[in-house]
Design a protein around this ligand. Sequence first.
Ligand code: NAI
Length: 308
Amino acid sequence: MKVTIVGAGNVGATCADVMAYRGIASEIVLLDIREGFAEGKALDITQCATNTGFNTKVTGVTNDYAKTAGSNVVVITSGIPRKPGMTREELIGINAGIVKSVAENLLKHSPEAIFVIVSNPMDTMTYLAYKSLGLPKNRIIGMGGALDSSRFRTYLSLALDKPANDISAMVIGGHGDTTMIPLTRLASYNGIPVSQFLSQEQLDKVAADTMVGGATLTALLGTSAWYAPGASVAYLVDSILNDQKKMIACSVYLEGEYGQNDICVGVPCIIGKNGVEEIIDIQLNEAEKALFSKSSDAVRSMNDALSG
Ligand code: NAI
């Protein structure tokens, strides 16, 4: 199985690294606009093979889309990341032009590929890809919820002092500091609602920390994070290529689901070989429904900037 990752920067290269180590794809192509950069990252990753024991073929190319031909999955991480104090939304103008042209080039060479969009503001970039490529909605997936949910589980694990892998929890809604919705009511530790162990005040703090999880790291690192984002993309691609049918919160085009139309925003999806196999309709309570509607309104007004 072949995967192309456009953007060999922090997130793209980390994703390639995780996918190679875990043998998720047999072939990975990294493509970047910076002369020699993707080649260098691919060579560095390849030189890990003997000491870590993987067989994945990893190559790097500078803007040569012919080399991406026949990819099963293409991942778009190209664009600029945010700097301290910036919101994801401020990246819209620059990243929209990059994402549109990259997506069109990829489609020319991999007409059957499933697209995974990572560049921010991710929900709007996913919507842009959906509108400009004309592909069925199951083949355009925005990655944000996988990352936000892993941050949510991490903060819950810290509050509970229990392993994150024993915690089940999900973030839906927009992939923004003020638009994401950590579903604390549905979070559980080995099937037991976390509300049995944590006070409302503790749960509110976990939710607040999750929402600014990316900004916290941006302030610490001077640029946005890459280990957890790269691993989250690899997790999503694994579910596609290996038809795992995992339930992952992804930004997908909605046509009436969750009361929304003509928008890409995070909802629980079953992810398999066809991309989005199914959108899961969870029963939100009235407060959660109101949050989802407010979050969607914010994403929609961001989408309006595409035509502005
Ligand atoms: P980075 O700056 O390390 O890497 C971006 C790469 O894209 C650079 O190597 C650059 O040369 C390349 N690039 C720019 N224009 C290009 C083009 N036209 N064609 C090919 N390559 C091009 O940035 P980083 O940290 O990897 O972040 C990438 C994007 O992912 C940003 O927009 C960031 O905000 C977003 N992001 C999204 C997350 C999510 O959960 N959806 C999580 C983390 C980052």
